[in-house]
Design a protein. Structure first.
Length: 216
């Protein structure tokens, strides 16, 4: 069913949070995943080496995001496919970083990568973007921040995934049991019955951004 008009204003986010969210987008080479190259002469070679290093771990450590900058910095975010939520351990990050740095040093000796490259390797982050529909099932137990288009209007909220259907290309969402939603019922109160029963159906193509919602 479509979202209840009564909830349109009730579940809006604070303006400052929307401004922060504007900094993150799918494919940004950071929490949004994907590849973002600065256009330097060594970008593609650095990416190719990173991909080779990834495969050296049996494909278990996959590149979630890769970004280069013109001031000679390479930022790589890796995810662990054998981990339910893709979170690599510190030892995984260190192992990838050590192996990749050695390969970069070797390439610099041959002149294909400049010397003095700064390498930063990390996990996807607590606000990682979720690929739709590929990763919906993987993260279905986690609260998600969802930005979607409805009637040419951008809406957002923190939801839990109720179900999704690949054939129809739609998702059904409910409100996640998180502080920002509970506070709409009053400080210290749980979700109301109406909140628990609220549902939103969205087609995949209307989902502008879906990412994990951190709980602190």
């Amino acid at each position: 069913m479509d979202e209840d008009d009564e909830f349109d204003s009730d579940f809006e986010f604070e303006e400052e949070e929307e401004e922060e969210e504007a900094e993150l987008h799918v494919g940004d080479g950071g929490s949004g995943g994907g590849i973002s190259l600065a256009g330097t002469s060594w970008d593609k070679e650095a990416l190719a080496i990173a991909e080779e290093v990834s495969m050296s771990f049996g494909g278990d450590l996959k590149i979630f995001a890769f970004k280069t900058s013109k001031n000679s910095i390479i930022r790589v975010r890796i995810e662990k496919l054998s981990s339910k939520y893709g979170s690599p351990s510190m030892s995984d990050v260190e192992a990838f970083s050590t192996s990749y740095q050695a390969r970069l040093d070797e390439a610099s000796r041959f002149g294909t990568i400049p010397e003095g490259i700064t390498l930063e390797v990390s996990s996807p982050g607590v606000e990682r973007v979720i690929r739709v529909p590929e990763e919906l099932d993987r993260f279905k137990e986690k609260p998600m921040y969802v930005k979607y288009i409805s009637s040419d209007t951008v809406n957002d909220g923190v939801f839990k995934l109720i179900s999704f259907d690949l054939e129809s290309g739609t998702c059904t969402w409910g409100l996640a049991d998180v502080k920002i939603n509970r506070e709409k019922s009053g400080k210290g109160r749980p979700l109301s019955k109406k909140q628990k029963e609220w549902r939103l159906q969205t087609p995949f193509e209307s989902l502008h951004l879906v990412r994990l919602y951190p709980q602190f």
